[in-house]
Write a protein that binds this ligand. Structure first.
Ligand SMILES: [Zn+2]
Length: 372
């Protein structure tokens, strides 16, 4: 097939969105200038944390289907009433592999690889989600961007490749530890952008059939000096919930069976520092913290946090020489793509099905809009 696309889905974990600009990220900026990008960024689902966002990005499916609702883990809660720790529906990589296409996965987060079941892939780094001895690790125990780059470039150089998923983690680690605007975090962003430059050179021979999508899973905001929100210490909320799990600036609560749900929601959403909420199921409530505030947990990042509405924006850039890129660029220019819309769109370009997806094929949508 002459126009068989070569798709590169490139993800930067916790990328601080305001750092996407001409000065800090010239390569990403150039890619977006020649291709396209969403002016306001893309949108995550909530909570805006790593595992739920990536499960949705890679499957196109809602959290109800993926079963991945938090990044935090807690015995009894996850896996349990607040979701699972292995994605329940196939990712676009699984679908492509099953359709006989050539796929490659390179990830800077071995735990996330397991959550997405990408450890089942043959062409995956680190193999089976086990980081080889001697790999350079960041402060959270994940491979550095520099450590995964050679694997990304090697996969991208494969002239027969149909789909590459590359995940760079280090921006997330530095954002948490030092803050999204710290000079070290921005230096990491600059270095990541230089890696994009290298990747683009490697893709040059296949440029005419290349579609690159650059995404992130959530934004990052500075933690403000407020105490962490702990619903268990509130007398007003006592008895209204019987379990909970904090996930950064968001928290899942299980309402006590038999309580008046409206009264429970009234009490819980009146907690100091809670800004918003979502009611997902009759007895499951998601609380969202105000900007800069975080829920109490055994580990709370020192400087950078995410999980609520203030961090629900993502990178959303497209590039490449494939004929579909211009339409894709037009589709995202004025309308923020949701993370769940990318996989259905890319699956359609690959000519494969993604039956569990809830997102839109953005190209089909733009055809409908221009016709209407
Ligand atoms: Zn993340």
């Amino acid at each position: 097939m002459a126009d068989r696309p070569k798709i590169v889905l490139l993800a930067f974990d916790g990328f601080p969105l305001r750092a996407f600009n001409k000065v800090v990220t010239p390569n990403l900026w150039g890619l977006g200038r020649d291709g396209g990008f969403a002016q306001e960024g893309g949108r995550t689902s909530l909570p805006s944390t790593t595992y739920p966002s990536f499960a949705t990005l890679m499957t196109g499916a809602s959290q109800q289907k993926t079963g991945i609702r938090t990044t935090a883990q807690k015995p009894g809660a996850v896996p349990g009433w607040a979701g699972g720790d292995r994605c329940l529906v196939p990712t676009i990589v699984h679908a492509a592999r099953d359709a006989g296409l050539r796929t490659a996965v390179v990830m800077g987060d071995q735990k996330l690889q397991r959550v997405l079941r990408l450890d089942e892939m043959q062409q995956v780094w680190p193999p089976a989600a086990v980081v080889p001895d001697g790999t350079e690790l960041d402060a959270h125990g994940y491979p550095t961007n520099a450590a995964i780059l050679p694997h990304v470039l090697e996969a991208a150089a494969d002239r027969d490749l149909d789909l590459l998923f590359a995940h760079f983690n280090e921006t997330d680690t530095l954002g948490h530890d030092l803050g999204p605007s710290a000079s070290e975090t921005l230096a990491c962003v600059r270095a990541a952008d230089a890696m994009v430059g290298e990747l683009l050179s490697v893709l040059a021979p296949d440029w005419d059939r290349t579609v690159i999508v650059v995404a992130s899973d959530h934004d990052m905001t500075r933690r403000l000096p407020y105490p962490a929100i702990d619903p268990t210490t509130s007398r007003d909320c006592a008895g209204f919930f019987d379990d909970w799990i904090a996930d950064g600036c968001a928290a899942w609560l299980r309402l006590t069976s038999g309580v008046d749900a409206h009264m429970a929601i009234n009490r819980l959403t009146a907690l100091e520092g809670v800004e918003n909420w979502r009611w997902r199921e009759p007895n499951v409530l998601l609380l969202l913290a105000a900007t800069g505030r975080v829920f109490a947990a055994p580990w709370i990042p020192v400087n950078g946090i995410h999980g609520s509405l203030s961090t629900d924006r993502t990178l959303a850039i497209v590039g490449g020489g494939h004929t579909a890129v211009a339409d894709l660029a037009a589709s995202i220019a004025d309308r923020s793509p949701r993370l769940r819309d990318w996989s259905p769109t890319l699956a359609a370009l690959l000519g494969i099905g993604l039956p569990e997806a809830d997102g839109f094929d953005m190209l089909e949508l733009s055809v409908l809009e221009s016709a209407g």
